[in-house]
Design a protein around this ligand. Structure first.
Ligand code: ATP
Ligand code: MG
Length: 651
């Protein structure tokens, strides 16, 4: 048996002393941000350099049928100038981006702010040569190489709207996104090395472009130098065009509410949504949250392991850190290549201070054993972060003890593509953390717990329900690209007057918040409502279980029964006995009401490309309804689904 971990973890005295925000400051600033949002965000608006300073701060309506969200609406600025040019005087020779390639034998690159400026200006000039200007859409389909960041910033510099498509997506998914925003240009690379394998990006882009208008051009960056098909009518070689490109460029003057990017959500719950973020408010929010949540200080080396294809990569690899003049690590590879110690080797090599990753990676690495972590020197680490899914207390504790050596606060950041930045997270110098809890709202965020049936606000503590947000914040999405009705219907129609997150949550007896998963993932067993995350956590806490996904299915007597998909640790064998043992284990961890009705052994679980479990597909399988699996285009490995269907357990 593992010993019961402490229920709260307090940051060290040293950490608190040096933190940007301690407990007293959090309380004061939070109260101020709620009582006087205009005043608070007026002040925070000064974090960025404006070409024409704003006079208006906030102009927001959450009225269904008339939803409109504007921040700093009369100000003008340029995001690339804020992320690059304004740092040149003070930190031109400081490293902006540390690039770590897929193969550890290849050299890392240290790109200074001066270098970054030159590269971004060059690419901005190339974009303009290709006819890209203010308001045009550019799709970026790139490996995790510095040119991906240059491309984002070059778009921002000329005022074009980028839409990044994760390099793991298929030609069809890419085509849908190119056509969805009428892109003028696709920026890609010849090939994307990842985990020792190469994805033929240019070939994929060609397949996608065959489904798009002839006028769409394709700009190709050389990564591997491998041979690629070439079509002179459409394709442009970046290495040639950039050779003679001008090394300076005047950034476009953008309105605060001009779109900066479009980005599709993961598709965990249905058809992905083309989320639109704008310029001024987004940058203020990304920059503030990056500094405060991660307690970033000048000179720190900060690493977010996400891909720029996800919002986490937008806000916390590129825009937030660079707006703050930080040193940000960009990693091309995967956590398990060449072996399961890669993350930790990179931390050691670049002396990383803040490390930010996803529960799916933590669980996978935890399953590989501690020796991969313990052989690396992780003494530079000061803070750990997690994002993307609820983190099981078991994984949290492993992260804390083994990776963080018990001395690094963990920030469990809850947010969404839609929110642009963190909405709930402990602040590392202010809050004692609880494994699995997102703890506290960020400045300016007023979470409310609603009764799912009546829509009434549930006040007081030790309560559970649907999570909504009362008012707007600058980083909030403004619309769904080309479909404002869908925006209003998805987020503002079920609970009038609030932003509906789609997630459930619990506010515990101390007033701290726990995300219980998606509202759709709450099951009702004999009248008891429970989040599936709770049952999953109990299963993962068993020594033989690597990963688990739990869904409800129709049950004659209980209303809903509990169906569990369980992936065992490497080397464990499924057996009837183990099944019994797991049932008993969950009963003892949570109570008889949570006892699994069905346990299906799952060699793998269906996941999105960003590593989230797609429970809606598992629900269909449990319900014996495979006809309508819905949109599966964002699945990482569709063959997993066939296996699960073939081995479905009787209900
Ligand atoms: P779609 O909206 O298309 O179904 P998605 O919700 O997975 O996809 P994202 O915006 O990538 O798209 O993910 C946001 C969601 O991820 C949140 O709504 C929440 O369910 C989950 N999430 C993110 N961070 C956390 C966290 N720290 N704890 C718990 N859940 C989290
Ligand atoms: Mg979502």
């Amino acid at each position: 048996m593992t010993p019961t971990p402490p229920s709260t973890y307090t940051p060290t005295e040293d950490f608190v002393q040096n933190a940007h925000v301690d407990a007293a400051k959090y309380d004061v600033l939070y109260a101020a941000s709620i009582e006087d949002p205009e005043g608070f965000w007026r002040e925070q608006g000064k974090r960025v350099d404006w070409i024409k300073p704003f006079t208006q701060v906030k102009d927001v309506s959450y009225d269904f049928g008339n939803v409109g969200i504007k921040w700093y609406a009369d100000g003008t600025l340029n995001v690339a100038a804020n992320c690059v040019d304004r740092h040149l005087a003070k930190r031109g020779d400081q490293t902006a981006i540390i690039w770590e390639p897929d193969d550890p034998k290849d050299p890392a690159q240290h790109i200074t702010y001066k270098d970054l400026h030159t590269s971004v200006c060059k690419m901005a000039n190339v974009l303009e040569t290709l006819g890209v200007s203010k308001g045009d859409r550019v799709v970026i389909y790139m490996p995790m190489i510095p040119e991906a960041a240059y491309a984002m910033l070059a778009c921002a510099r000329v005022g074009a709207i980028h839409s990044i498509v994760f390099a793991g997506f298929s030609p069809d998914a890419l085509a849908a996104r190119i056509n969805g925003c009428d892109a003028k240009l696709v920026i890609t690379a010849d090939e994307a090395p990842r985990g020792g394998k190469k994805t033929p990006l240019k070939t994929n882009a060609d397949a996608a472009l065959s489904q798009c208008a002839d006028a769409v051009q394709c700009l190709v960056v050389r990564r591997t130098g491998g041979d690629v098909p070439w079509n002179d009518a459409r394709d442009r070689d970046y290495s040639k065009l950039s050779e003679g490109a001008n090394l300076t460029h005047t950034p476009a003057e953008m309105n605060a509410e001009d779109p900066l990017f479009i980005l599709y959500t993961s598709g965990s719950t249905g058809q992905p949504k083309g989320v639109v973020h704008t310029t001024g408010g987004y940058l203020v929010y990304a920059s503030l949250t990056q500094e405060v949540t991660f307690d970033y200080h000048d000179g720190d080396v900060y690493w977010c392991t996400a891909d720029v294809g996800w919002v986490t990569g937008h806000s916390y690899i590129v825009y937030g850190p660079l707006a703050n003049g930080a040193t940000t690590v960009m990693f091309e590879g995967v956590p398990t290549y060449p072996d399961a110690s890669r993350f930790w080797q990179v931390c050691e090599k670049h002396k990383v201070n803040q490390f930010y990753t996803a529960p799916t990676a933590i669980r996978a690495l935890m399953g590989q054993g501690n020796e991969f972590v313990e052989k690396c020197d992780l003494s530079s680490l000061r803070l750990l972060g997690t994002v993307g899914e609820p983190i099981n207390p078991e994984a949290w504790t492993w992260y804390n003890d083994i990776v963080g050596g018990g001395r690094c606060p963990i920030v469990d950041t809850w947010w969404q593509t839609e929110t642009g930045g963190h909405l709930m997270t402990p602040l590392p110098g202010a809050h004692a953390t609880k494994p699995g809890s997102a703890m506290k709202p960020f400045f300016g965020i007023e979470p409310v717990v609603l009764d799912p049936a009546s829509g009434d606000e549930i006040t007081g503590n030790d309560v559970e329900g649907v999570l909504c947000i009362k008012d707007s914040w600058p980083g909030q999405m403004r619309t769904v690209w080309g479909d404002h009705d869908r925006f209003e219907k998805t987020y503002f129609s079920d609970y009038k007057g609030y932003y509906f997150t789609g997630d459930g949550c619990r506010r515990d007896a101390d007033g701290d918040y726990w995300i219980t998963g998606r509202v759709d993932d709450v099951i009702n067993v004999s009248g008891h409502r429970m989040g599936t995350a709770e049952v999953e956590s109990a299963l993962v806490a068993h020594a033989t279980v690597a990963e688990a996904a739990v869904v409800g299915y129709p049950h004659d007597i209980k209303g809903q029964g509990i169906y569990c998909y369980v992936t065992l640790m490497n080397g464990e064998t499924p057996s009837e006995e183990l099944r019994k043992e797991l049932r008993t284990w969950v009963r003892s961890e949570i109570g008889p009401i949570a006892s699994p009705d069905v346990i299906q052994w799952a060699p793998g679980l269906p996941k999105t490309r960003s590593g989230k479990i797609m429970r809606r597909i598992l629900r269909k399988i449990a319900e014996n309804d495979y006809g309508a699996l819905g949109d599966t285009s964002t699945l990482a490995d569709p063959s997993v689904v066939d296996d699960l269907i073939a081995n479905r357990a009787e209900t």
